[in-house]
Design a protein around this ligand. Structure first.
Ligand SMILES: Cc1ncc(COP(=O)(O)O)c(C=O)c1O
Length: 388
């Protein structure tokens, strides 16, 4: 079996890299959600081989892409899907936008759980729909619970037609239990609300939790959802801008496909589908080793904060490599907090209030980097906090 070296420090500067080419050279970037790890060797080999062919004409839509998605869902999550349920999309966010076009009307309400991944705050109003935020409730131990009572009152509003679920949840790192997902599904069915489940982070689930694809809950749930997937977070291939939607119900599938067809957005890219096929078909070893490495980073972070920076707290991250840090004891307004980490500690993270209600006082740290870089960043943060 190939052993991937996640400790390798790779220079990404000057590669048109959003994470590394946005801030000054002396800032350690731990913000946007891609990893600093090289992608799996079989992916690199396949891309090089395809590039060397030298002809990059129109691709035919064969079934290899769909089969790769079918494969992964079955072997990793036990969800048996058909290749006919899978639709190519240019990444996950465009897939969510197509779903908004397909299953809601202008002026409708779409429910999201706050705090929420920041593009959700844009794509809903930008397309003429309203956001209804259901606040996740922060518990004493740092975990989050769903306020089901409020959720139902939002779902029951006349113009509420969609629930946009982020499962597992970015930015809190919550992995929803089967019981919670079933309850969401029941409430959405009861109030005729369609579910879009963004499952882009589903491969990064820490010990003790389990990802359950929304469409695998029941026949009724499957008939009332679109599940959006992308191996981009796991295998570090977000730049190829390709993803997929799984739509189990044929009628829903046709509704979803209509905006893609109208926008002529179904054209695939040969360098988009290939890495997805190779990752999902041949690179389980990489996903397993990545998770193990991230567990190590997370343990290091927890111990470091507890022993050296107790004013910064993490709750119970169950999923994703985006760690939600409670910095309220630093007593700073959001703008000041961002400035402190960026200018004093020289570590770029996502400031919590950009995720909406419940985000102020938090910072989101991306720990998908070689351990040495995490150690350096934490030492810098410790030094700056001690100087306050
Ligand atoms: C929850 C979530 N959805 C979607 C995306 C973006 O996906 P894509 O690049 O496939 O549009 C991200 C990226 O960070 C994310 O965290």
């Amino acid at each position: 079996m190939i052993k991937h070296n996640f400790d390798e420090l790779i220079n990404r500067k000057g590669t048109e890299c959003k994470k590394w080419d946005t801030y000054a050279d002396d800032v350690i970037p731990m913000w946007i959600a891609d990893t600093d790890f090289k992608c799996p060797q079989p992916v690199i080999d396949a891309m090089v081989k395809r590039a060397e062919h030298g002809i990059y004409g129109y691709p035919v839509n064969d079934k290899n892409f769909e089969e790769a998605i079918v494969n992964w869902q079955k072997k990793r999550f036990g969800w048996k899907i058909e290749s006919e349920w899978v639709e190519y999309t240019p990444a996950v966010i465009p897939a969510i936008v197509y779903a908004i076009y397909a299953f809601t009307n202008p002026g409708d309400n779409i429910v999201i759980q706050m705090p929420a991944y920041h593009p959700f705050h844009a794509i809903i109003p930008n397309n003429g729909r309203h956001i209804l935020g259901n606040n996740l409730i922060l518990q004493e131990d740092g975990s989050y619970e769903i306020d089901f009572e409020n959720l139902e009152s939002l779902l029951s509003q006349k113009r509420t037609t969609m629930f946009l679920l982020c499962s597992p949840h970015n930015p809190t790192g919550k992995c929803f239990t089967r019981e919670e997902l079933n309850k969401i599904s029941e409430l959405c069915l009861k109030h005729n609300v369609f579910v879009v489940s963004d499952e882009i982070h589903s491969d990064i689930i820490y010990k003790g939790s389990k990802h359950i694809p929304f469409g695998s809950l029941s026949q009724e749930a499957a008939d009332n959802c679109v599940v959006c997937v992308n191996p981009s977070k796991t295998f570090n291939i977000a730049g190829v801008r390709t993803g997929a939607a799984v739509i189990p119900n044929r009628r829903n599938h046709d509704l979803f496909y209509a905006p893609l067809e109208n926008l002529k957005a179904y054209g695939r890219t040969i360098f988009g589908t290939l890495p997805i096929e190779i990752s999902y078909n041949e690179c389980d070893y990489y996903a397993d080793q990545l998770l193990e490495y991230l567990e190590g980073n997370l343990e290091y972070l927890k111990k470091f904060l507890a022993e050296k920076i107790p004013k910064i707290k993490i709750g119970h991250p169950q999923a994703t490599y985006l760690i939600w840090l409670n910095c309220k004891e630093l007593n700073m307004e959001p703008a000041k907090l961002q400035q402190f980490f960026m200018e004093e500690a020289k570590v770029a993270m996502n400031e919590g209030s950009t995720f909406g209600t419940g985000g102020a006082g938090f910072m989101r740290m991306n720990i998908a980097c070689p351990r040495a870089r995490l150690v350096k960043a934490l030492n810098q943060i410790e030094k700056s906090v001690n100087m306050l």
